[in-house]
Design a protein around this ligand. Structure first.
Ligand code: BDR
Ligand code: CA
Length: 312
């Protein structure tokens, strides 16, 4: 059965790969809209990037929306040191044919959810959670309409990637993350514990290079760029494909191991701001609010990704 999804992201090369994977799954996913949020680069670039990626995909039907340009409370933070000045460095930047909708992302999310049935819409979130939390704050009646929130964010065993204990998406807007993790709807979270199990490698890049289509070529260009920084940082052979884990889970959940856990987000401490307190062993006695992903079948993940890229 096709799932109705709204995708909220901050491209980002790994967000781009997430979109490529999602748009290659028309049987499984009915994408109602793609929203941009400030994150890896400022909103003016993430909103342009979703339109560039839409052009590369050849998308004509799925509408694109611009969302929040800064976190709820904290000062914004970007990650050009990882993703490059444009966010999706590794491809040529051009002026996209795809245009943003006049409506803002938060309005789109609220209106779409309000007109849906209960448990009908899945939210896929691969950037800071600002747009989603803003929609929840504006209209709490949207909550029952959410089937599941599939989010890339957080870290437990792996430690942080932007501070010693925080993962980037949560760190940028911890107040938004707190609202989402406490919203009471089903959440599946893919943090660094699992996304650091899917680093690209030269052989993965070679397999993508063999594919002869525009999307695969763009993937190869972006991943070649993205790998440079992370290979050095993590002493790895490539870059972690954080964001595509969300869509891979929707397409092939059996690739992942998840455990029901309580997660609380730190919003006060200067030292551990944005830390996700994942109660993996149930020591707090607090009710589980999240399915926390902790393991992924690496080969199966890349087989899925590459097979879907070959469909373009
Ligand atoms: C997350 O932060 C961004 O840099 C990536 O796009 C991903 O969503 C990883 O911490
Ligand atoms: Ca992202």
């Amino acid at each position: 059965m096709q799932r109705k999804v709204i995708i909220d992201c901050d491209p980002g090369q790994d967000d781009a790969l997430m979109l490529f994977l999602a748009f290659a799954a028309p049987k499984e996913l009915n994408i109602l809209g793609v929203c941009a949020v400030a994150g890896n680069v400022p909103l003016e670039k993430t909103q342009r990037n979703i339109c560039i990626l839409s052009d590369i995909i050849g998308n004509e039907n799925v509408p694109m929306f611009a969302g929040c340009d800064k976190p709820l409370t904290n000062v914004g933070l970007t990650a050009e040191h990882v993703h490059g000045r444009e966010g999706i460095d590794g491809i040529d930047i051009f002026s996209p044919k795809t245009k943003l909708q006049p409506k803002g992302a938060v309005d789109f999310i609220v209106e779409t959810l309000l007109s849906a049935a209960d448990d009908e819409i899945t939210l896929v979130v691969t950037g800071p959670l600002t747009n989603i939390a803003s929609a929840m704050l504006r209209e709490p009646a949207i909550l029952p309409k959410i089937r599941e929130i599939v989010v890339m964010g957080g870290a437990m065993r792996e430690g942080g990637n932007i501070t010693p204990s925080a993962e980037f998406n949560i760190f940028v807007d911890p107040h938004a993350a707190k609202i989402v993790f406490e919203c009471g709807r089903p959440i599946a979270a893919f943090g660094l514990d699992v996304t650091h199990q899917v680093f690209t490698s030269p052989s993965v890049l070679e397999r993508i290079a063999m594919l002869d289509n525009r999307v695969a070529k763009a993937s190869h260009g972006m991943l070649s760029f993205f790998g440079r920084y992370d290979a050095q940082k993590y002493r790895a052979q490539g870059a972690p494909l954080h964001d595509p884990c969300t869509i891979a889970y929707l397409l092939q959940p059996e690739l992942f191991e998840l455990k029901s856990c309580n997660i609380r987000v730190e919003t006060d401490s200067e030292l551990t701001m944005g830390h996700t307190g994942v109660d993996f062993w149930g020591v707090t006695g607090l009710p589980a609010n999240t399915q926390w992903a902790y393991s992924v079948h690496r080969d199966g993940f890349f087989d899925l990704l590459i097979e879907r890229l070959s469909r373009y």
